[in-house]
Write a protein that binds this ligand. Structure first.
Ligand SMILES: NC(=O)c1ccc[n+]([C@@H]2O[C@H](COP(=O)([O-])OP(=O)(O)OC[C@H]3O[C@@H](n4cnc5c(N)ncnc54)[C@H](OP(=O)(O)O)[C@@H]3O)[C@@H](O)[C@H]2O)c1
Length: 271
């Protein structure tokens, strides 16, 4: 039981990648705090995780919006009060709303940054003082392939995931001497409710260029996240495509752009 009696806080823990990661950590002995907005989804996730854990383990839920500084700060303070200093923060709460730039209202850009970027930042700020006192901890931020290259139709999402990368890489260096590991995860397309929702507003051009990559399960991505914590690396890149993109994105971007531009031009000709 690698995480016996350790406390893991998982934002976005009621669904998808966050829930699968919480479940995996719980199976390895961790006490878990799940944070998200919808209380019913939180209760269902708690029940699901409790089915694979020992009776002595504690799984708690706190309803909060990560985009609201005071709400998420108080939620994390409550979690720490109940289950003690966290050794792991998984900041998985996120939204993705693809569409043509001209179709996306400014509010979508603002909300995407508020949830994906500032939600992660506020969560880190709230756990950091106790992790620093403890002299150890792991902070895992969830970016995306869309945090490495700009993708057609993702003008609200990509910038928020690029920002997470910038924050994670900076904090990795600053917090390492304090015994705190910071890692950024770059999941490929993953079969979750978010992806299903995205598919409803994805322009056909975006569908065309994203359908080339294989879709992962949330459990597969969670396994890579937990493995990343154990290895203590600054980045986790599930799969060959993400690994290559992470290492060589600036080099391959011109080639990818050429390929995607041609595919989009051909789609436009057909219509
Ligand atoms: N699925 C993919 O293909 C994919 C690929 C790359 C990266 N990612 C990233 O992975 C992370 C998890 O995504 P997922 O696919 O697992 O999505 P998901 O299944 O839709 O789960 C998203 C979670 O975030 C919570 N959430 C959303 N907005 C929130 C807010 N304002 N405050 C608190 N919690 C909030 C949701 O619960 P409530 O709605 O109840 O709050 C839910 O628990 C996201 O950051 C996403 O961008 C996903």
């Amino acid at each position: 039981m690698k995480y016996h009696e350790q406390h893991a806080i998982v934002t976005g823990g009621s669904s998808g990648i966050g829930k699968a990661t919480a479940r995996l950590l719980a199976q390895q002995g961790a006490n878990i705090t799940l944070i998200a907005r919808d209380r019913l989804k939180l209760a269902a996730a708690k029940q699901e995780i409790e089915q694979v854990t020992a009776k002595t383990q504690r799984i708690i839920t706190v309803a909060a919006d990560v985009a609201l500084k005071q709400e998420i700060t108080e939620a994390i303070e409550l979690a720490i009060f109940q289950l003690g200093t966290p050794s792991i923060l998984i900041a998985s709460a996120g939204i993705a709303i693809p569409n043509y730039f001209e179709e996306l209202p400014l509010e979508t850009h603002e909300t995407s940054m508020a949830v994906n970027y500032f939600g992660s930042l506020y969560s880190i700020k709230a756990v950091l003082p106790t992790m620093e006192r403890q002299g150890r901890g792991s902070i895992i931020l969830i970016s995306s392939g869309a945090g490495l290259i700009g993708i057609y139709g993702y003008s609200a999402y990509c910038p928020s995931k690029f920002a997470i990368r910038g924050l994670g890489e900076t904090l990795r260096a600053e917090l390492k001497p304090k015994g705190i590991q910071v890692s950024v995860v770059y999941p490929p397309d993953t079969d979750t409710p978010q992806l299903a929702a995205e598919n409803k507003t994805k322009p056909p051009e975006t569908k065309l260029i994203t359908q080339t990559a294989a879709t992962w399960t949330a459990e597969e991505v969670a396994t890579k996240i937990v493995r990343g914590i154990e290895l203590g690396r600054g980045a986790a890149t599930p799969g060959w495509t993400m690994s290559m993109l992470y290492r060589f994105h600036s080099l391959v971007a011109p080639l990818l752009n050429w390929y995607f531009d041609r595919a989009i031009a051909s789609l436009n000709r057909k219509h």
